[in-house]
Design a protein around this ligand. Structure first.
Ligand SMILES: [Zn+2]
Length: 289
């Protein structure tokens, strides 16, 4: 095969639950690696058909119509980040949004929460064997904050990594999305000060932010300053779910949160680069092809 058909040397795979999670958690990271020529592959597990819609003029969208609309938002967000390879696990609509924990929606056999983990993981294994990523990014075992689809995305991603290893591709590094507690606390203190000047009425709390852990657990930080505008634009593209007033945003609960342009990770599998926090998710993987 000639060089024109060779895939990019660095390949990053992200597994998320709903459209918008990728931009909120990893928008700057995705934009950076896409700009640097890495292959950035996003796998989203559901279309978020049960998401609450913010704009009044779009609140007629529910169910499959909302899912289709959110696929369009995801596509627009990926344009903002420069990411071309984004997929829905098993194809659009294969797994339905499960809604919040405890709701009857979670009993729907078609929802992602009820999906067989091995069966869903097998679909992700196909992607892993095709893309052969050196880095996988997903949530921790609590899905960052306890949403059933996020917990299930974690289970499916971790199971798929194991199954892919048995099938011939071991992903060298696996990371979970994180926010260091001290930084989160500072950000919400600042938010309280500037809130009167923002178009949002109420502040959120750090407990609303997924993946917050003690600072010591952070292994890696990606400085996204150069991609802050791309991240904000990608988040804004998910207008049914997110309203952005940089550097803050709200979800449908209308509680203001900071946009983190430096994004943080905990390496849970693989070799950590020597020294202080890593500043590159691919650190130490150069020899892997
Ligand atoms: Zn989500």
């Amino acid at each position: 095969m000639g060089s024109m058909t060779e895939p990019p040397a660095r390949r990053l795979l992200l597994v998320h639950a709903h459209p918008d999670d990728e931009s909120i958690n990893n928008g700057a990271t995705m934009a950076r690696y896409a700009a640097e020529g890495a292959l950035v592959t996003l796998v989203t597990c559901t279309l978020g058909e049960r998401g609450e819609v913010i704009p009044a003029e779009l609140q007629h969208l529910t169910g499959p119509a909302l899912g289709e609309y959110r696929l369009g938002e995801l596509s627009a967000a990926m344009r903002e980040l420069g990411v071309q390879d984004f997929r829905l696990l098993g194809g659009p609509g294969r797994y339905l949004d499960s809604g919040m924990m405890g709701l009857a929606d979670n009993d729907d056999p078609a929802c992602f929460w009820r999906a067989d983990v091995d069966e869903a993981a097998a679909r992700l294994v196909e992607v892993i064997l095709e893309v052969r990523p050196q880095v996988l990014v997903t949530y921790d075992e609590n899905g960052g904050y306890g949403h059933p689809d996020h917990i299930q995305a974690h289970r499916v991603a971790m199971r798929a990594a194991d199954l892919a290893a048995e099938a011939g591709w071991t992903i060298p590094k696996i990371y979970w999305n994180r926010v260091p507690r001290s930084l989160g606390e500072q950000a919400f203190e600042r938010l309280a000060e500037v809130l009167p000047g923002l178009p949002f009425d109420k502040p959120g709390v750090l407990d609303d932010v997924p993946g917050v852990v003690a600072d010591e657990r952070i292994t890696t930080e990606i400085d996204g300053t150069a991609y802050a505008a791309a991240k904000a634009a990608a988040m804004a593209a998910h207008a049914t779910q997110v309203t952005v007033a940089e550097p803050y945003f709200v979800l449908s609960n209308d509680l203001a949160q900071p946009v983190f342009t430096t994004e943080y990770y905990e390496l849970v599998r693989g070799e950590r680069a020597l020294g202080a926090r890593e500043t590159d998710l691919f650190a130490g993987t150069e020899a892997t092809s």
